[in-house]
Ligand binder design. Structure first.
Ligand code: AP5
Length: 231
């Protein structure tokens, strides 16, 4: 397949902020297609550790199922290892990281020392804003494909055949932390620990806020505009 101009240019670090269910994963997958850079989802990486039964996975499993945050040190070490991979050399989308002010400060230190073909590039931070009731509905309605990670929603983005992936035919699954109980805890930890990050990045002049309650195609168009205005 021929690469497009977008798939060879340097994008640098892109951070997707936003509450659980704000659409970070949905939009990150579209940016991966457009720019050919990886989506680094700390939630997905942690779920891989859980399913492989690693030491980190064993520590993270119950914390995640309750909807709480995994300790900063464990997550930062995991991100650092991932950023060292070659596919990050033109840039990457951080989906769900940082999530606390301490993680953001740690990341600032890492980014100040990393270059992209000789150039240190500050992050573009895109914050998707969505109201509480809409987030709740999105999370209870989410289904995903265990094979290709494609995300659906029984209310907003249903598959053509109920509970079956359009692309590969696999049976769709519901995430273990998409129970009403865990969603309540996740939204509370977002309010208390992650929402302050918007202000943190606003003060740095890096924040681009997007109304994440629009149709997902409109959110995609505005995300591209936000990234390309900064690059
Ligand atoms: P993680 O996997 O990151 O989950 P999250 O932040 O809770 O975010 P989600 O994946 O639930 O939502 P999303 O914003 O990606 O929305 P999506 O695109 O799927 O984290 C899970 C857990 O891991 C955490 O609780 C924590 O324990 C741990 N963890 C992860 N990172 C950590 C960190 N940095 N530090 C500490 N612990 C960490 O969309 C949601 C639904 O809405 C879908 O069904 C989709 O189809 C639908 N939808 C999307 N956009 C639209 C739209 N525009 N209109 C209508 N529907 C839409």
């Amino acid at each position: 397949m021929t690469e497009t101009a977008e798939q060879t240019r340097v994008i640098g670090p892109v951070i997707f902020l936003g509450a659980p269910g704000a659409g970070k994963g949905t939009q990150a997958k579209r940016m991966v297609e457009r720019y050919g850079i990886p989506q680094i989802s700390t939630g997905d990486l942690l779920r891989e550790h859980v399913s492989m039964g690693t030491a980190l996975g064993k520590r993270a499993k119950e914390v995640m199922e309750r909807g709480e945050l995994v300790p900063d040190k464990l997550v930062c070490d995991m991100v650092e290892m991932r950023l060292n991979r070659k596919d990050c050399e033109r840039g990457y989308i951080l989906d769900g990281f940082p999530r606390t002010v301490d993680q953001a400060k740690w990341l600032d230190g890492v980014l100040a020392k990393r270059d992209f073909f000789g150039q240190v590039i500050p992050p573009v931070v895109v914050d998707f804003t969505v109201s509480y009731n809409q987030l709740f509905k999105r999370l209870t309605g989410r289904r995903s494909c265990p094979n290709d990670g494609k995300i659906y929603n029984v209310y907003f983005q249903p598959p053509k055949v109920a509970d079956v992936c359009d692309d590969c035919g696999a049976a769709l699954v519901t995430r273990k932390d998409d129970t009403e109980e865990a969603i309540t805890v996740r939204l509370k930890s977002y309010e208390e620990q992650t929402k302050p990050l918007a202000e943190y990045y606003r003060r740095q002049g890096r924040l681009r806020s997007i109304d994440g309650e629009q149709a997902s195609e409109a959110v995609t168009a505005q995300t591209i505009t936000a990234i390309e205005a900064a690059r």
